[in-house]
Design a binder for this molecule. Structure first.
Ligand code: GDP
Length: 361
């Protein structure tokens, strides 16, 4: 499944946040019998108020939200690209993830030392970016002589060579591919085979003191540091308390610090968007469930997420949009008023489609 790697300097609150993620994962695991939870993997349900509404309409016994997987990537420190700390091990781990989430310390606490002496979000972002950029430059330096050789005999390799050379220029200037490829006229497709780290989508978690969570000006300043990437603001200590509390008390604690949604829920929601994903919904007496697909997926591809046989034997899909279903109150009513559409193999799924597949087995 799709995963987001969590990176950050030591003592920024990664473990605190990750422990909270893992608690959520274990709570969810009860609903996902086939999910194996490894010690460095946490799975968070993507909050979606539509699911409760659907479960009501269908009298579903349980609700299964879409999920996002987070992987704890330890050991990213200054000098990591030259083998400091756990060095190249973390690079291998990041390469396997689909997006990178950096946790950045904003909280001040004299008892928690900062590896570089003081709390400075902008510098920390740069430190991590620099390590990722250096790692990509190493990859490119190795690849370019090979690409030059290949493009002498194979014209098709020229696009990749040109993109690789443009990437070196961009990275040398301190810009990641995610932030700068488009502006530099680089087509990410040409570089895909090199699995460059800074080409992955980025998102950022700012770990604030509780009283900073409501400081709009501070949040705007921090957002500006990472734009166009998305930012989540949370207090990791509060997150670790929230996962221990029953729902009503958790809500009370959140409201006491001026928040409506937990940081982990925001992280799952924004992570989902960063990965370019959307959901479609199935519902019945047994369960209401959100299924994860890439934006642009067709109906047979969506069916394949439930079971590969469903994709192979796909005949058609009966689809009602969530909003229309809620408006008329039931599938039967939707059929009567012509709101239940029969769609075929070419249909491109839309977010919030409520679906029943017909297939041959
Ligand atoms: P890591 O090295 O990035 O994994 O950081 P840890 O999660 O181990 O946190 C380092 C220390 O900072 C621990 O003593 C945490 O209790 C503390 N800490 C983490 N998050 C917060 C926070 O939001 N506020 C405060 N005051 N302390 C925190």
């Amino acid at each position: 499944s799709l995963s987001i790697g969590i990176v950050g300097l030591p003592n920024v609150g990664k473990s605190t946040l990750f422990n909270a993620l893992t608690k959520t994962a274990n709570a969810l695991a009860a609903n996902y019998p086939f999910a194996t939870i490894e010690p460095n993997v946490g799975i968070v349900g993507v909050p979606d108020p539509r699911l409760e509404k659907l479960a009501e309409i269908f009298g579903s016994a349980k609700i299964l939200p879409a999920k996002v997987e987070f992987v704890d990537i330890a050991g990213l420190v200054r000098g990591a690209s030259e083998g400091q700390g756990r060095g190249n091990q973390f690079l291998a781990n990041i390469r396997e993830t689909d997006a990178i989430c950096q946790v950045i310390r904003v909280f001040t606490d004299p008892d928690v030392t900062h590896v570089d002496g003081d709390v400075a979000p902008e510098r920390d972002i740069e430190t991590i970016n620099t390590e990722l950029i250096l790692a990509d430059l190493q990859t490119l330096e190795k690849a370019i002589p090979r690409l030059q050789k290949e493009s002498r005999t194979n014209k098709d390799r020229k696009a990749t060579l040109d993109a690789a050379e443009a990437a070196v220029k961009l990275l040398d200037g301190g810009t990641t591919l995610y932030a700068g490829a488009k502006g530099a006229g680089i087509d990410p497709k040409d570089l895909r085979e090199l699995h460059l780290l800074t080409a992955k989508p980025f998102l950022y978690v700012f770990n604030l003191d509780a009283d900073e969570l409501v400081e709009e000006e501070l949040r705007a300043q921090l957002s500006a540091l990472v734009a166009p990437a998305d930012a989540v603001f949370l207090d990791a200590k509060i997150e670790s308390e929230l996962v221990e509390l029953p729902d009503d008390e958790a809500l009370e604690l959140l409201q006491s610090v001026g928040q409506e949604e937990s940081g982990l829920a925001q992280l799952a929601r924004i992570g989902f968007e960063t990965l370019g994903l959307q959901t479609y919904l199935t519902a019945g007496p047994k369960e209401t469930r959100a299924w994860t697909i890439r934006k642009g997926a067709t109906a047979p591809e969506a069916a394949g997420v439930i079971h590969t046989d469903f994709q192979r034997g796909f005949i058609k899909a009966e689809i009602v949009s969530f909003d229309e279903l809620v408006e008329v109150g039931s599938i039967a009513a939707a059929r009567q008023v012509g709101k239940a559409r029969i769609e075929g193999k070419e249909y491109v799924m839309r977010d919030g489609d409520v679906v029943e597949f017909r297939f041959n087995v």
